[in-house]
Write a new protein. Sequence first.
Length: 159
Amino acid sequence: MKRIGILSDTHGNWDAMKACIAAAGAIDAWFHLGDFSIDAEQLIKLTGKPVHAIAGNCDNFTKFPTELIIELEGMKLLLMHGHKYGVYAGDTYRACLRAEELGCNALFYGHTHISEITNNGGLIIINPGSPSEPRCGKKPSFAIAELNDGILRAKIITL
């Protein structure tokens, strides 16, 4: 079993990231879904754990890709920020099509600052929200996913 911490839209607020780390407990690796992807480098320093990061719309001049496929515990996971797939209003249709095109079991995205865990035709969709700048009345948040032998369970953690 792998336990993954999922962050997005930290926007340079390292105190918020530290709160997520403290609330997460034992984590095997972290996903950072952009804005600011440079925060992923700080996350490595703070946790000593592997960090898989992608670039968001506020991440100019970054070494991180705009999307990334991770294969873990029998699952294929697509990480993206979402801005290139029109998730501006929380609509994940195009992002889901991309995940399906790539044969993924789950889609992890950010950008909206609005946390959600849903299922679309068997595709698990996770947005951890934002620990620093939540929107639409949501509380600061991140997510934790537990993956075990082809099964993914996820939950939103509010701070």
